[in-house]
Design a protein around this ligand. Structure first.
Ligand code: CUA
Length: 326
């Protein structure tokens, strides 16, 4: 029986270890979450191996001969065994519960000096504001290494959910309330932020790039973003940052979204309608409900880009989309 148990334990351990079930951790919080997973998994493997060993052994050792149709001997139970299989699982479940509660509370601690980042979600884009750095805005989430970040999150329309799989933490954004979450990045590199709450037709495209930089590089990025802004590729950066490509096909941006009308021939569309292309595009950004291209739905494009983008950003975006030379 012990032999069967050991074989099963080894097989299940291989399945647990050899398949990369979780992404490689990139945050302190994910390290703790992984620890909880492994703690529970080891317990599960031990219990599974024990149960399967007893079951398989019993099936083989106590099999009745083909011609034997007599009843088995009456059994009155085993008090010792029953106490054991009640008390041991109770202790294990309580241990998992206590560890989870400890990790949950630890993962909610911002520490004395967190970097504050505000997260704004709307169908179907993410925006980030850095109040500690003069309200710097970004469509890409840039974070410093080894610094605890406190995200305060708001949704403009429906429930979205903030999740960077490599960093573990996940939190809903609910209209009308501000939710928060803590992340301490431990690895530099590029990651993905995904929306993990079905929020409408563009849900699957609601993603943002996360870039973790060393603290010096982060400081340099903040400085550059504060001084820069009106660069030649500003329109491209805003197009990417505001999430336009999630819904619109636009070859210069390499985007192939199909939720909204394609933008490659927007200039000729405007001219056919007898409109000035720049004015037509500006209106489509600021008042997207005014002209709806046949075959597309009203109410999908966020109506508030006029407020969330600055006038200079809208100018740059219009110039970029209409292909105006700068
Ligand atoms: Cu936002 Cu799904």
């Amino acid at each position: 029986m012990a032999g069967i148990g050991i074989v099963i334990a080894i097989l299940v351990t291989l399945v647990a270890v050899l398949i990369p079930w979780l992404p490689t951790s990139a945050s302190e919080q994910m390290d703790r979450i992984e620890f909880v997973y492994w703690f529970a998994t080891v317990i599960c493997i031990a219990v599974f191996a024990l149960v399967m060993a007893v079951l398989l052994y019993s099936v083989m050792a106590f099999r009745s001969p083909p011609e034997d149709e007599s009843d088995g001997p009456p059994i009155h139970g085993n008090t010792g065994l029953e106490i054991a299989w009640t008390v041991v699982p109770a202790i294990l479940v309580i241990a998992i519960g206590v560890l989870s509660a400890f990790v949950l509370s630890k993962n909610g601690e911002a520490g004395p000096n967190p970097l504050n980042v505000k997260v704004f979600a709307q169908q179907f884009a993410w925006r980030f504001v850095y109040p500690d750095d003069g309200g710097l805005k970004s469509g890409e989430l840039v974070l410093p290494l080894d610094r605890t970040v406190k995200f305060e999150m708001e949704s403009a329309d429906v429930i979205h959910s903030f999740w960077i799989p490599d960093m573990g933490q996940k939190q809903d954004l609910v209209p009308g309330i501000t939710t928060s979450i803590i992340v301490t990045p431990t690895r530099t590199g590029m990651f993905s932020l995904v929306c993990t709450e079905l929020c409408g037709v563009g849900h699957a495209t609601m993603r943002a790039t996360v870039r973790v930089l060393s603290q010096d590089d982060f400081a340099a990025w903040v400085k550059e973003r504060k001084s820069g802004g009106g660069k030649p590729n500003a329109g491209a950066a805003i197009f990417a940052g505001a999430g336009c490509g999630g819904c619109h096909t636009f070859t210069p941006a390499g985007s192939n979204g199909e939720i909204g009308p394609g933008l490659d021939d927007i200039v000729s569309v405007a001219q056919k309608a007898g409109r000035d292309p720049a004015e037509f595009v500006r209106e489509a950004i600021v008042e997207p409900g005014k002209v709806i291209t046949p075959g597309y739905q009203d109410g999908v494009m966020p109506p508030n880009y006029g407020e969330t983008l600055s006038p200079e950003e809208i100018d740059a975006l219009v110039a970029y989309v209409t292909g105006a030379k700068k």
